[in-house]
Every structure is written in C-alpha cells, then in structure tokens.
Design a protein around this ligand. Structure first.
Ligand code: ATP
Ligand code: MG
Ligand code: MG
Ligand code: MG
Length: 477
C-alpha cells in the first residue's frame, strides 16, 4: 500500500465521520515558542487549550513534522525520521475516550477491501496509563483487546502535559508486534524495536498544577471541556504495510537511498555501517527538501542552522560512502520526484531549493577540504605523542574558523581512534559567547531597533513541552 493510499484512507475515514479535513500547516510553526511543527496537534494548540474557540468539533489532518531531537536515532532505529508525517484526529469537547479508541481500532483493523488498513487484531498491543482504568476497560469493551495485550505504564510513558500548569491527561498507545525475530516476547513495556509504536491517543482530561517535573505534579481537577488529540506515524504504518524493514525504505524515501547507493557504487544491505549512512542521507535530504520548500534557508541560527546541519550531515555521509564530488543535484531530484505527488509545492519551488542546496554543498565541500587537513595534522601529532585525545583548542579553531560542527570533529577524531578534550572546547566556546554578548550589549546601546535580537531570544528560550520530544527542541544546536 503506497503512502499516498494510507493518507487517502486516513482522510476519507475521518472525513466520513464528521471531521473537518485540515491541510498540513507549514513546518515553520506559527507558534513563536516552537522552532518547527513537531506534532500534528501544533496547529491546533489554541483550540486544544481553549485560548481560541475551535471552529470545528472534530478535525483531521496529515501534518508534516520535523523532530531534530531524533536526529541521532536516524538510520539506526527503524522508526525515527527527522521529517515525518503525523496523521491526527482531534475532538474539541466532542467525542472522548470511547470514540477515539473505537475509531483508531476500526481504521487499523478493518480489511483493506473495506477501506481500512488491514492490520490483524492479534498483531496489535496497547498501553494505557497505569491509573486509567477507564481506558483499560474500553480497549476490552470497544476493541475486544484481551488483557494479555494491554499494558499499564507510568507517567513517564503514558501521561501527556505541556510541562506547565494547565490541561493534561493520560494517553494510550497502539503498538505493532513485528514478530519474534525482532526481539523478546513481553510487549512494548519490554521491547520497543520488536513492538513498534504506531499511534498515540491523548485524552486531555485533567487540569494539573504545582508542576515539579514531567512526572511530579498535582492533578487539581477535571477539565470543563475534554479533548482528544491523536497522532499516528504515517511512515511507520507505511513501512509495515509495504513489507520493508524500516521507514527509510518506503516509497517516499527509498529512491534517495537507492540514488546514494548508486552514486557510491556500494550496495545497500552489504555493510551495516554503510547502510546507516545511506539511510541518513535518504532521511536528511528529504527533511532538507521539505524545509527549504517551506521557506527555510541555510544559515547560522535557529531553523537555518538545523537545516544546515541536515545538509552537512548528508554531505559528510556521502563522503564516508566514498563520494568525493557533489551529489545534491541527483539526490534532491530523487527526493523531489518521490515527494511531489503528495506535495506539489516541492516541484514548483524546486529550482530555488536546489540552488540553495547546491551552493551549501559547494561551500561545505570546500570547508571539509580545508578543515580536514588541519584535523589530520592535529590527529597525527596527538597520535605520535601517544595521546588519547585531540586538544580542545584545535576543535575550537575548526569550529570557529573552518565551520566544523563539533559533532563532525568528534566523529572524525573517533575514526582515528581519538577522543576530544570537550571540556576545553566548551570553555573556549563559552568565552566566545561571553564576548559576543558584550558586543551585542554595546551594539544595543548604539542601535535602537532590537527586534531581531528579541525574536532570537524568544525562539531560544521557551519551548512548548507538548510531547516528550518537544523538550529542548533547540538543544541539538
Ligand atoms: P518513539 O517512542 O518511537 O520515539 P514518540 O513516543 O516520541 O515515538 P509521539 O510523540 O507519541 O512519538 O508521536 C506520535 C506518533 O508519531 C508516534 O506514535 C509515531 O508513530 C510517530 N513518530 C514520532 N516520532 C517520529 C519520528 N521521529 N519519525 C517517524 N514517526 C514518528
Ligand atoms: Mg514513545
Ligand atoms: Mg508516543
Ligand atoms: Mg520519540
């Protein structure tokens, strides 16, 4: 089943059941406290929190998302993309737990001939919040799930909040059992590789206060209006339905992976380390394509830096695959062809996107060439001197003068069997930040318009804590 078909079935199913079909919002979130749209619920936050009256009782969407927090997982797990699509259904004071559970189960387990996704009941497990007896009962009553496949989990896993006083509530998740060759028995509480998380149902039910941590707060009452917020990972469903091994092999991503393999002359599936690199390229190129289509350009701060990092990691991965020359024109074209059917703007914006990508590639290839020489010299010096680490000063010069991100230095040093004196590096970085602050202060006293600075602060300091992964969204910088 193609990804486009999953999307079509999703929107038809919820559309037929009274949900307004809302187009995906931009990856660049409207919410000033968020760098990117990190979940399907983001565009609905004002309605879910009651700040703005909702124009509909029920809505559904297939939302483009970026989660930079998952960047290190990409290519190593089967299921984490920096870009992915979250399919959501939302109720604003309309149906609640019973409705949400009924819809999710029906869509997943109805036969393909009946417009469903055709999952076998016996392959699905669910988790509920440990105190949510109501959900525990409803999964049995509404969906017929036996208690042997329902697991209770604590607040860490199954309680949603914004991290602040306000609306919160238990959640309940649906997992797919990929089979005994992928891990031990025992359900999602035991193993999250074999048991693949597909869908999270959030029951916004309570008001919380005195929030001391994500798991330590007081439940102070029921919400006057109870809401439903769900998110199903479309790529995860696609990878199961397409019978492939992971989300990087689905129809919307695989063509880029194949092109990377072709350009490198290496075979996907022949070497586990190369395989991760090919998956990283496939993921990052797609994420970069989608970000640039939504108007982000490579730069040194905030969103632009995340994009730059994705582009550079792709270039670096291609180099490690043995490709020395520019490959973005080929890789981005492959990604464009795979994504444009679902997002026509990818094609109409493509010439602009490609020119941004290729000029970044050109300049980073130059950076790599210059920086690699410095690094090689420092590495042989350290090795000759019998040291186990590369000095922090070199790491800092590489960062500051040659634009080498520290993770790149770490990675390249590690390939040479060396660590890096990160403490020294961090202290040089903090000295530099202090100098920059002083400079900014000076400038501010000279220039009246500080709006650019204010905007920067806003993005940098407050982050919405909707889902676990939203925390410190900017920390990967
Ligand atoms: P995981 O535990 O696998 O990291 P999560 O609990 O962080 O997932 P949620 O915040 O519950 O994910 O998001 C709802 C759904 O979105 C998930 O059930 C999953 O199907 C999908 N999803 C989340 N993060 C990613 C990602 N990085 N790539 C692809 N799909 C994702
Ligand atoms: Mg999870
Ligand atoms: Mg989850
Ligand atoms: Mg996660």
């Amino acid at each position: 089943m193609e990804t486009a078909e999953i999307q079509r079935r999703w929107l038809t199913y919820f559309g037929d059941r009274g949900h307004s079909v809302v187009p995906s919002a931009s990856l660049v979130s409207d919410d000033p406290t968020l760098m990117f749209t990190v979940a399907g619920m983001v565009p609905f936050i004002p309605y879910l929190t009651g700040v703005v009256p909702s124009p509909f009782d029920r809505a559904t969407s297939v939302q483009k998302c970026i989660r930079t927090l998952d960047i290190e997982e990409v290519g190593k797990t089967t299921r984490h993309g920096t870009f992915f699509q979250m399919n959501g259904n939302f109720s604003f004071g309309d149906y609640f737990k019973e409705g949400a559970i009924g819809f999710a189960w029906e869509l997943l387990t109805s036969s393909e001939a009946d417009g469903g996704l055709g999952f076998r009941d016996s392959d699905l497990w669910v988790t509920v919040y440990e105190e949510d007896d109501e959900a525990y009962e409803l999964w049995q009553k509404v969906a017929g799930v036996p208690t042997s496949r329902i697991q209770r989990m604590g607040r860490e896993d199954n309680y949603w909040s914004t991290g602040q006083a306000g609306p919160a509530g238990p959640c309940s998740e649906i997992y797919f059992d990929r089979g005994s060759e992928f891990g031990p028995d025992g359900g999602p509480a035991v193993d999250d590789t074999r048991y693949l998380e597909l869908w999270n149902l959030v029951f916004m039910q309570y008001a919380i206060d005195n929030v001391r941590s994500k798991v330590d707060f007081d439940v102070v009452g029921e919400l006057p209006q109870k809401n439903i917020d769900t998110g199903m990972g479309m790529e995860r469903v696609a990878f199961i339905k397409q019978g492939v091994a992971n989300m990087y092999e689905i129809d919307q991503v695989r063509p880029v992976l194949d092109r990377a393999a072709e350009l490198s002359g290496r075979k996907y599936g022949a070497d586990p380390v190369d395989d991760v690199r090919m998956r990283v390229v496939a993921d990052h190129v797609r994420s970069a394509l989608m970000l640039m289509t939504d108007g982000v350009a490579p730069s040194n701060d905030q969103r632009g830096y995340v994009l730059r990092r994705l582009l550079r990691r792709s270039i670096r991965s291609m180099q490690l695959l043995g490709v020395k020359e520019a490959s973005f024109p080929e890789l981005f074209s492959a990604s464009k062809d795979a994504m444009a059917p679902a997002y026509p703007e990818v094609a109409s914006e493509f010439s602009r996107t490609l020119s941004l990508a290729t000029s970044e590639e050109e300049s980073f290839l130059g950076t790599l060439e210059a920086g690699t020489t410095i690094l090689d010299v420092a590495v042989s010096k350290a090795t000759d001197a019998g040291q186990a680490t590369l000095d922090g000063d070199t790491a800092f010069v590489l960062h500051d003068t040659y634009g080498f991100p520290i993770d790149l230095t770490l990675e390249m040093a590690e390939e040479a069997g060396l660590g890096v004196d990160q403490e020294r590096f961090a202290s040089l970085m903090s000295e530099q930040r202090d100098r920059a602050k002083q400079d900014a202060k000076k400038k501010r006293s000279q220039v009246a318009d500080t709006s650019v600075y204010r905007e920067f602060r806003q993005h940098g300091e407050t982050v919405f804590l909707g889902y676990d992964d939203l925390r410190n969204e900017s920390s990967v910088l």
